[in-house]
Design a protein around this ligand. Structure first.
Ligand SMILES: Nc1ncnc2c1ncn2[C@@H]1O[C@H](COP(=O)(O)OP(=O)(O)OP(=O)(O)O)[C@@H](O)[C@H]1O
Ligand SMILES: [Mg+2]
Length: 236
């Protein structure tokens, strides 16, 4: 579904990605793990068109999206939930969710309503709090809202940048369960996570990024059993 070939990205003189290649198949969960500063967020931002590429190619369902602007890429049903919680603090939970459907310019009111109900089924907690302002939700609830908002555009590919960041263990479990539900609903997920063990456990396939290079790849199970990965990322 997504194929990235030799993608390089620089910030001024600093080269953050040195020609990386990766592939995400339809309905898979693909995890990207790596140390702080390895280039994980840069990879997602480059795919979604938020940072320019020096070189390389990005294909979505076989068609190039390499040089498209971010809003055209999101119209191709690619959603990106960036690092940190970007909810609109003064908008209600429901209005935050509705902003997510704006990317879909052809949506009818009826479909919008239906998607909202789907989101409330996926996140019952957001339904309970739908009139509350986004800014007053707990950290975990804000993270769910950010994911729910991205899902409102009914994406095929959902890219999540550290969705469990800063959450208590029980909420981390909830986020991972949610990612599995997103997959079960037929969608494809590209996931960045510091929580490498869980990220590899749910991954169909995974990549290790080090200083802007992909140094290891394999099924989640293969990487969980890899001695180098165990030592460097799993702490076991
Ligand atoms: N706007 C920018 N200008 C200059 N350098 C940047 C910029 N954004 C990122 N970088 C640098 O690029 C490198 C990769 O950053 P990136 O955010 O992709 O890492 P990451 O793997 O997501 O790290 P983390 O796990 O800490 O989120 C880092 O060294 C970072 O300092
Ligand atoms: Mg990052």
């Amino acid at each position: 579904m997504l194929k990235v070939t030799d993608m390089a990205v620089s910030y001024g003189q600093f080269q953050a990605l040195h020609g990386i290649s990766l592939a995400v198949k339809k309905n898979q969960i693909v995890s990207l793990i790596g140390a702080n500063g390895a280039g994980k967020s840069t990879t997602l931002m480059a795919i979604s068109g938020m940072v320019p590429k020096d070189s390389g190619e990005v294909l979505l369902d076989g068609e190039p999206i390499t040089d498209l602007k971010p809003h055209f890429i999101s119209r191709r049903r690619v959603a990106h939930v960036p690092e940190g919680r970007h909810v609109f603090p003064k908008l209600s939970v429901e209005d935050n969710l509705l902003t997510g459907a704006l990317a879909d310019t052809t949506i009818t009111k009826a479909v919008e309503r239906q998607r909202l109900e789907e989101m409330y089924a996926l996140f019952p907690r957001l339904k309970e709090r739908r009139r509350q302002n986004g800014g007053t939700l707990s950290g975990g609830e804000q993270q769910m809202l950010a994911i729910g908002r991205a899902m409102m555009s009914d994406p095929e590919l959902v890219m999540l940048d550290e969705p469990s960041m800063g959450l208590a263990p029980v909420l981390v479990e909830e986020i991972f369960a949610l990612i599995l539900r997103i997959k079960a609903s037929g969608k494809t997920v590209l996931l960045i996570e510091q929580n490498a063990i869980m990220a590899l456990q749910i991954a169909d396939y995974a990549y290790v990024l080090e200083l802007g290079n992909i140094t290891l790849q394999g099924t989640g199970r293969e990487l969980l059993g890899n001695e180098e990965v165990k030592r460097a990322y799993l702490g076991i």
